[in-house]
Design a protein around this ligand. Sequence first.
Ligand code: PGA
Length: 248
Amino acid sequence: MARKLAAGNWKMNGTQASLTEATALAQAFPTSNVDILLCPPATLIAPMAAALKGSAVATGGQDCHSNVSGAHTGDISAEQLADAGATYVITGHSERRADHSETDADVRSKTQAAYDAGLMAIVCVGETLSQREAGEALKVVHSQLQSSLPADIDATKLVIAYEPVWAIGTGKVPTLDEIAEIHADMRATLKTRFGADADAISLLYGGSVKPSNAAEIFAVPDVDGALVGGASLKAADFSGIVAALQKA
Ligand code: PGA
């Protein structure tokens, strides 16, 4: 059985003052039967990890470089994230793929770097609106998933997030059947690669998840949690999503 995970992605939002949202979240869930994660901007990783130490809420990065160190101005390595207290990192988010032209090969090497640094990698895949409208969603996600996984990774260190690009920050969500179709195909693809270990890989849905739609999304087969943007910024909103996952 895959572990359940409620992951928040703050993107380029938040300052030191926002750390109170993280501590409020930790206070709301002193213990948890599901994993809870916040991925703040890089400037907040170390202080957030320190503030959440010993709590049920983990801290993660939103991206990492594929190298351990070197002349890469502005970039952060997986080792540096781990050193700052992160235990997870998101790789291949569609905003990285779009804004920074990241390819599946880039995502693959970043995910390898995450694994080498001992981090859990949350590898993101998802189709654009035009790909969905052309009936290519399944094909696109299938191919992205196969091409974004490195050769040397253990199923226990991997999380996959299906995030249709057109559903991110738009309030639009695929139908539950559409989510089920993609998640079933992802599980099958992972089984081909990892065998029975694939059952332990958490498959997240992401894109306009809110407290009001979380429960029905979590009831979809092979949905083990969510990657949440906007609704993870406030502890009050994210708590509703975590609570829905705890009941799922
Ligand atoms: P959203 O973002 O919840 O604001 O739609 C999801 C994501 O990009 O991870």
